[in-house]
Design a protein around this ligand. Structure first.
Ligand SMILES: [Zn+2]
Length: 299
């Protein structure tokens, strides 16, 4: 049956499902049918990815739909409590890799891509950072409040631009897996970082315990919302290909584990321990990476 072809794929001059979006390897392995398409796995970099790729306008309609925004607002990825935990965690990583960035007098420039309602941006601002956010949904940005509107740029990574070398630190929490073209996005973002600036990514861990145990029933296989599914190998491959260096990957438990909240105390403690131990051995629910942008050519 004929399927309508995404204009982006016509531009790339290739059939929809035969090329890995990270390493360009052809002939991926089909894992299973899902939604309106298939989940495929690259035999080279091990990325799992959904095909066919939706159009940007379809994705914009999806993310601006009221039920998506409400679900996000109520979900475990939003809220000041999650933002506080994220801030503490990323500071621990930065302290080990680039402690100078955390100097209180430095007034470092911070960008949160996909800032939602701006919670993490607000935590960074309270700690003395100069902050900016980007958000694809005007409705989410509006919820950040009037005082923050001029800190948030509305749009997707392709449509936005910042001056070269604007930021010391850029974070992407649960954004990467939504992107139509991760290579193009991370290449563009590298240009927004100052030479030697830091990119931090958090994405669901395709190599984690939950994904391994649940297979196709893993709750985070949700195309077209999630288009790519990374393990540490494929994430490192992407970061190397897009010119980042000194790449460190981590695995972590979710900042809030809502599924445990309804359990009796002992089961909740046991579940919490499993999440934390899994993260300790690289099998955590979240995969994270910290990577440095290239320094200037003439240095
Ligand atoms: Zn690949």
């Amino acid at each position: 049956m004929a399927r309508s072809i995404n204009p982006l794929l016509l531009y790339l001059n290739m059939p929809p499902q035969l090329q890995c979006p990270i390493c360009d390897q052809r002939h991926p392995k089909k894992l299973f049918d899902i939604a309106e398409g298939q989940l495929l796995k690259c035999k080279n970099c091990t990325l799992a990815f959904y095909s066919p790729v939706p159009s940007l306008s379809d994705l914009l309609d999806f993310y601006n739909a009221e039920n998506y925004r409400e679900t996000y607002h109520e979900g475990s990825l939003a809220g000041i409590k999650v933002a506080d935990i994220r801030y503490q965690q990323i500071c621990r990583y930065l302290y080990r890799q680039t402690p100078d960035l955390l100097r209180p007098d430095r007034q470092s420039q911070y960008l949160d891509i996909g800032c939602g309602e701006g919670d993490l941006m607000k935590v960074f601002a309270a700690q003395g950072w100069e902050v900016t956010g980007t958000e694809i949904s005007p409705e989410a940005a509006r919820r950040a409040g009037d005082d923050w509107q001029n800190h948030i740029k509305i749009g997707d990574i392709d449509s936005l631009d910042f001056a070269k070398g604007s930021f010391d630190l850029i974070t992407m929490y649960h954004i990467l897996e939504h992107l139509i073209n991760p290579v193009r996005a991370l290449t563009k973002i590298a240009g927004w970082l100052k030479p030697g600036g830091v990119l931090f990514i958090e994405t669901p861990n395709w190599g984690g315990l939950g994904a391994r145990l649940k297979g196709r029933d893993w709750a985070l296989i949700i195309p077209p919302e999630h288009l790519t599914y990374f393990n540490s190998r494929s994430l490192i491959h992407l970061l190397r290909r897009t010119e980042y260096s000194q790449i460190k990957t981590y695995s972590s438990a979710p900042q809030l584990i809502q599924s445990l909240a309804r359990l009796p105390v002992l089961l909740r403690m046991l579940g919490w321990s499993v999440y934390q131990l899994s993260a300790h051995v690289g099998l955590g629910a979240n995969l994270q990476a910290l990577a440095f942008a290239p320094v200037a050519d003439d240095q």
